[in-house]
Design a protein around this ligand. Structure first.
Ligand SMILES: CSCCC(=O)C(=O)COP(=O)(O)O
Ligand SMILES: [Mg+2]
Length: 227
């Protein structure tokens, strides 16, 4: 079945792990406490704080305790949906203030532009919230890349290591799984996408192999029509 769409991960795939770990996560850890204290009553923030209390099994946690839980989750890189939603809100302030610029590898920028020109539909699937995805591509060092993408998916479609999440995405975009090429640096994500019927390509930016999957070190080496 010919590939019609490309679904890509962000961290370690289009963008450097170091940008997420050394820039984005520390920015969130620094600014999240003040953001939460200031906006705790705002409906979209209050909804996420309630979800933290629920997921953290601390229904009576006050705002300071919720902040402590969130900082712990950042430190352990927990892919918790309410944390990701709040990080997106905090990063928005950083991008708007010009303190953050999204990192996207130049080879990824070139390939995404070429594939878009060639008629492939491009989608993102990341543990980062959809807001955070739009920001990293919209305020990237290479300019606004959002016109290249037809849609964004986050953990509200399901965890990235579960096959059902990829089936959900295939259904949402009305493209058969076999016509979607999924790109990621994490073998468990590639395995899950394959179980759902997608074609897969691993990204190992430092070299090496993602067991059982075609693996490349750059988007320049990916030819979607070869899958
Ligand atoms: C959307 S940029 C922030 C990335 C992030 O928070 C994250 O957890 C990365 O997850 P990914 O699924 O892109 O590896
Ligand atoms: Mg990744």
């Amino acid at each position: 079945m010919p590939i019609k769409a490309i679904l890509t991960d962000i961290e370690g795939t289009t963008s450097a792990v170091s940008f997420v770990f050394d820039v984005l996560f520390p920015y969130a850890a620094k600014h999240l406490p003040a953001f939460v204290r200031l906006h705790a009553e705002r409906a979209d923030v209050a909804e996420q704080l309630a979800a933290v209390r629920r997921d953290g099994n601390e229904p009576n946690a006050d705002v300071e305790r919720v902040i402590e839980i969130l900082l712990g989750w950042i430190a352990e890189d927990r892919k918790a949906t309410p944390l990701k939603a709040l990080q997106g809100m905090v990063w928005e302030q950083g991008y708007q203030a010009g303190q953050l610029k999204g990192h996207v590898y130049p080879d990824a920028v070139d390939a995404l532009k070429r594939w878009h020109r060639d008629g492939f539909q491009l989608f993102v699937y990341s543990s980062g919230s959809i807001q955070a995805q739009r920001l990293i591509f919209g305020c990237s060092e290479a300019g606004d890349l959002t016109p290249l993408f037809s849609g964004y998916f986050d953990t509200t479609s399901g965890p990235k290591r579960e096959a059902q999440s990829y089936a959900n995405i295939s259904q949402a975009i009305s493209i058969e799984a076999g016509q979607i090429l999924f790109l990621s640096d994490i073998v468990e994500e590639l395995d899950a996408a394959r179980t759902a019927g997608m074609a897969t390509c691993g990204l190992a930016r430092e070299g090496g192999e993602l067991a059982g999957h075609v693996t490349v070190d750059s988007f320049a080496r990916i030819d979607p029509s070869a899958f």
